[in-house]
Design a protein around this ligand. Structure first.
Ligand code: HEM
Length: 302
């Protein structure tokens, strides 16, 4: 049971036999230094001594970490779309979808917090609420839910306010997808290619027509069709996250007001009607069976 010391690449290194394996480590970069575990693990600071508050804190913190990664990947997806690199964009959107499914499933952990557990510390949370999550707001802005009034709660944090304001005023992920459609020759109206990006997105019939054209000839537009499905999945999972949040909240606080001041569950239900990519959903109603190999109802071959 001894440690062998040696120098590798000018770095003080160590080796020891542990459990039959030759384990090595060095003073260059340790696990803790790379991952900042000391900082990370000292960031759980409950405001009460109630045992269930730790779950509440860690649930929010893990969600914030995943939000950070989703934001990071979404920016990569935007850059890939700007560069007409749909392969890279698709790979990135697949990763985002996997993270989203993981986030959705993680609500199950919070669902073990009973109304009784939550009431032991809820009063101490004062006005703190997920409503104030700047990463969540940034993601909503980036995807296209442009609502300037939501910036107000960040008015006294100049840095956060400036970052959110910049995302609010820039083209969203969906705006970039529409620019891509225009570059590919689809008739996207000028009003959707250059506008005040901070204003809420308004659905356009011409954009819906463009998506319908893509879905009506998937062989010709295969890459755009695949991209469209991945973009649809992004909203599909976002809504599922919202739904699970709403349902978990209903399970824990019933119809009580939120700590952030809203009506609570009813406020969260309203968000279920929001849509980042409205034409991608509307277009589906207008789709008909393909001419060749269509279904029985249209008299096509089975
Ligand atoms: C027992 C746990 C939770 C309860 C009771 C709860 C309750 C609420 C309520 C009532 C709202 C509406 C705003 C308000 O009046 O406060 C809200 C908003 C929000 N919560 Fe939660 N929440 C919980 C857990 C979480 C977790 C784990 C996250 C993860 C980050 C989260 C993120 C958010 C976000 C982002 C909003 C803003 C939604 C929007 O504006 O559309 N919440 N929450």
């Amino acid at each position: 049971m001894s440690i062998r010391r040696f120098v590798e690449d000018g770095v003080e290194s160590f080796e020891a036999e542990i459990d039959g394996e030759m384990i090595q480590w060095d003073k260059g970069l340790s696990y803790a230094r790379h991952l900042q575990t000391e900082k990370l693990l000292s960031a759980q600071v409950p405001v009460t001594d109630k045992p269930d508050e730790m779950l509440f804190v860690i649930m929010h913190q893990t969600m914030e970490l995943w939000l950070k990664l989703v934001l990071h990947e979404a920016r990569i997806a935007v850059a890939a779309i700007q560069a007409d690199d749909l392969g890279h964009a698709g790979k990135t959107l697949d990763r985002i979808a996997t993270i989203q499914r993981h986030m959705i499933h993680s609500w199950e952990v919070l669902a073990t917090l009973t109304p009784h557990d939550f009431l032991t510390f809820r009063g101490y949370l004062r006005k703190a609420s997920g409503f104030q999550s700047h990463q969540y707001r940034e993601l909503e802005y980036l995807l296209g839910n442009k609502r300037e009034d939501l910036l107000l709660v960040h008015a006294d944090d100049a840095e956060t306010h400036a970052r959110l304001s910049a995302v609010l005023h820039a083209p969203s992920f969906y705006d970039e997808v529409l620019k891509l459609l225009a570059r590919r020759g689809f008739a996207i109206p000028a009003s959707h290619l250059e506008r005040d990006w901070s204003r809420p997105y308004e659905a356009s019939e011409a954009v819906e027509d463009a998506w319908l054209a893509v879905y009506s000839d998937v062989e010709q537009y295969w890459d755009l069709y695949m991209l469209a499905e991945k973009v649809t999945a992004l909203e599909y999972y976002f809504q599922e996250w919202r739904f699970k949040h709403m349902k978990t909240v209903a399970r824990v606080i019933g119809q009580k007001q939120g700590t952030g001041g809203s009506a609570g569950v009813n406020y969260l239900v309203k968000a279920l009607n929001l849509s980042f990519f409205p034409e991608l959903w509307a277009m589906r109603t207008r789709m008909v069976a393909p001419k060749a190999g269509g279904n029985y109802a249209d008299g096509g071959a089975p």
